[in-house]
Design a protein around this ligand. Structure first.
Ligand code: NAD
Ligand code: IPM
Ligand code: MN
Length: 351
């Protein structure tokens, strides 16, 4: 398997090193070769060369790799976030990675931030639409820098885009024996764009009579995620709302450092990354939690059809969490590298 690895910026570099370590250990245990090709695309590279990614970058990712692994992108020296927009958002758009799959699963009751809520209550997935919404960059500024400035940022919702992500959420529920799909929008205020979400949700849900279709406004959903997360199995929402609620999802798992994600176009080269960002204050200090990145590597293997390898990584992560061999953000006393070592050592073919 040929995999492009983009450590990126800040703690992206720290956590990617551990994900790579665990992938290599997994390859050795299972007798499988992962050809991990590091690409330097990052703020450092952009500031040095003026290039965010090469002209054929997207094509290269799509044609030469079976998957892409990313650490994180974002650096205070690049104030307009240009390189992250090109490398991360650009790849999501150019490779048409329309499914942002973000599982929210609490690994140990001790990590729950909520009183009296544990593993049985915090176990759902979020499907975030990943190619439309306010992320498309349609808009502009008029009279910029003056007190008359007008700034317009359009939200794009297409029938095709809304349909395919909602359809994916229902197909996932069906394939995994789940019985509830909750769609969250803001159709009470956004009467054009989110009326489309309403229409498509009704249309698609009618095709799945065995699955209960629930609608919540996004503000209510944010509240219920904290008050009663146990009601959710599958959540589907738009790009921006999905971004926001999956940070809440990170907190529900014990911290943002625990959360994994896949940016997927089924059947095509897809991109895997932790949900967190580059956390500049933590960079290079051996303190960042590498578990979100390592679980993203497991998601990548699962998506590539290496289910046993993926499960082996998940088991190893659960074991270190159970034993408290973790970084300080989730109550342990180890550094980033030491957690990576512990997880790598625990990779076995069976329990
Ligand atoms: P962030 O996720 O980097 O950090 C938010 C908070 O979570 C920080 O307090 C940090 O201490 C904590 N945190 C995050 N990851 C952690 C980890 N692995 N271990 C321990 N603690 C962790 O979000 P931010 O501060 O809003 O953004 C910083 C930069 O990252 C910005 O440039 C932003 O645009 C970028 N960003 C990139 C991605 C991505 O590449 N996918 C995602 C989010 C943010
Ligand atoms: C994420 C990040 C990105 C997003 C940023 C870095 C543009 O927050 O992947 O969750 O908003 O999609
Ligand atoms: Mn985010």
């Amino acid at each position: 398997m040929r995999i492009a690895v983009i450590p990126g910026d800040g703690i992206g570099k720290d956590v990617t090193a551990e994900a790579v370590k665990v992938l290599q250990a997994t390859g050795e245990v299972f007798g499988r070769r992962f050809d991990l090709v590091q690409l330097p695309w990052s703020a450092d590279h952009y500031l040095k060369t003026g290039e965010t990614l090469p002209a054929n970058g997207y094509q290269m990712l799509r044609d030469e790799f079976e998957a892409i692994f990313v650490g994180a992108l974002g650096d205070p020296r690049v104030a307009d976030n240009r390189h992250a927009r090109d490398i991360l958002l650009g790849t999501r758009f150019e490779l048409d990675l329309y499914v942002n799959y973000r599982p929210v699963r609490l690994l140990d009751d001790r990590l729950s931030p909520l009183k009296d809520r544990g593993r049985k209550d915090i176990n759902f997935v979020v499907f975030r639409e990943n190619t439309e919404g306010v992320y498309v960059g349609v808009g502009g500024r008029f009279k910029a820098g003056t007190i008359d400035e007008i700034a317009i940022q359009e939200e794009v919702n297409t029938y095709k885009g809304v349909h395919r992500i909602i359809r994916h959420a229902f197909e996932f529920a069906k394939a995994n024996g789940l019985t509830k799909v909750c769609m969250a929008d803001k159709s009470n205020a956004m009467q054009h764009g989110h009326a489309l979400w309403q229409r498509v949700f009704k249309e698609v849900s009618a095709l799945y009579p065995g699955i209960t279709a629930i609608h919540q406004y996004i503000d209510a959903l944010a509240m219920f995620l904290v008050k009663d997360p146990g009601q959710y199995q599958v959540i589907v929402t738009n790009n921006l709302f999905g971004d926001i609620v999956t940070d809440i999802g990170g907190a529900l798992q014990g911290g943002l450092g625990m959360a994994a994600s896949g940016n997927i176009h089924p059947g095509r080269t897809s991109l895997f990354e932790p949900v967190h960002g580059s956390a500049p204050p933590l960079a290079g200090k051996n303190v960042a939690n590498p578990i979100g990145a390592i679980l993203s590597a497991a998601l990548m293997l699962e998506t590539l059809g290496a289910a046993d390898e993926s499960k082996a990584i998940e088991r190893a992560v659960e074991a270190v969490v159970a034993q408290g061999q973790t970084t300080t953000d989730i109550g342990g006393a180890l550094g980033t590298r030491e957690v990576g070592d512990c997880i790598a050592k625990r990779i076995t073919k069976t329990n």
